[in-house]
Design a protein. Structure first.
Length: 345
């Protein structure tokens, strides 16, 4: 009995330590996101005083400042914050459900479905931004529905889903390449800017769907976070622990797909954010607790940092997706090397 009491005390102490680490890291990520949001509002061709920016945000009209902050910087900051948060959460959910750190909506073809629909609207139908956004959302949703039904056999198979996703991504990427090849020259720049992922031209009127989606579905995936961790143990283990695996998986996939489809429709497919956010969150927090919120915050911070780098670190300004690609590619190589050494590949 005494040995059992010591073991229980040791386990409880370890759990408290892990909880403190989760709270500390999440708090630091929140503070960092706040600092980056302030930087997005303050920095630009003209650096405005903090007092003027605050007065402008409170509704006061200040010549020059009001236009720069309310029309350009605030929509850009909100788009980066909420889109990065959505990408981060969606990537973490897919990596956890599929039990593979390399799995993410980009690899599985979901963002390719959104991209193909958007490029079709830009190059063939010459549609406006609203139609492009709606088509992008529909394209992402149709892609995941097709993937899910094709992956159904006698039982759900992670390997089957990944293989089908990779195949669909290859097909959709070929469609995108064909559309760019046969489209008019004047349509190609707009399509390429969208495909690279960019916060340029973000408008406050286009953000409500993204903001509302993140606000609605984040609590849902948080409530399902405990079941998500059980799904990571495997299908049979989760079922034995009382988890309705199919219902939980569908709810999580639908929530994450809606968030990433609307985020993609708003900013374009920002490369590597959904891949990086979950793995970074697990490394800095640990895997004992649900890292849904830390993954979302890592995603938001990645997008905001990358956009600031793209705006001010080079002679020319680069879209945020190019910077996240430059940051993500080396990390992917290091992860592959590490997994190969551990025999996980």
């Amino acid at each position: 009995m005494k040995n059992q009491s010591v073991e229980v005390t040791f386990m409880m102490a370890g759990m408290r330590q892990r909880r403190r680490r989760w709270v500390l890291v999440t708090s630091l990520l929140t503070v960092l996101a706040g600092v980056l949001c302030c930087a997005m509002l303050l920095l630009g061709n003209t650096i405005y005083p903090v007092q003027e920016v605050i007065r402008t945000l409170l509704g006061e009209q200040i010549p020059g400042v009001s236009f720069a902050v309310n029309t350009i910087r605030l929509p850009r900051m909100l788009a980066g914050l909420f889109a990065g948060f959505a990408f981060g959460i969606a990537g973490y959910i897919f990596q956890t459900i599929l039990r593979n750190p390399l799995a993410n909506p980009n690899v599985l073809g979901i963002t390719s479905g959104s991209s193909a629909a958007a490029v079709l609207c830009i190059t063939v139908f010459h549609a406006n931004n609203s139609v492009i956004s709606i088509a992008s959302i529909i394209g992402g949703l149709m892609t995941v529905v097709i993937m899910y039904f094709l992956s159904q056999g006698k039982s759900f198979s992670i390997g089957r889903l990944i293989l089908i996703g990779i195949g669909i991504q290859a097909m959709l990427d070929a469609v995108i390449s064909y559309l760019l090849l046969v489209s008019a020259q004047q349509d190609i720049p707009a399509a390429l800017i969208w495909l690279n992922g960019s916060l340029n031209g973000s408008q406050i009127e286009e953000l409500p769907p993204l903001v509302i989606t993140v606000i609605i579905f984040t609590p849902i995936v948080i409530l399902l976070g405990k079941h998500l961790n059980m799904l990571e143990l495997g299908e049979h283990m989760a079922s034995s622990l009382g988890v309705a695996t199919n219902k939980t998986r569908i709810a999580l996939i639908v929530s994450s797909v809606l968030m990433i489809a609307i985020a993609t429709a708003t900013t374009g497919p920002i490369a590597f954010v959904s891949f990086l956010a979950g793995t970074i969150a697990n490394r800095i927090v640990g895997v004992s607790f649900s890292n849904i919120i830390p993954a979302g915050l890592v995603g938001a911070n990645l997008v905001l940092v990358a956009d600031l780098i793209g705006q001010f670190a080079f002679e020319y300004r680069f879209p945020v997706g190019i910077i996240t690609g430059l940051l993500g590619a080396p990390y992917l190589i290091l992860l592959l090397i590490r997994m190969n050494r551990k025999g996980e590949l």
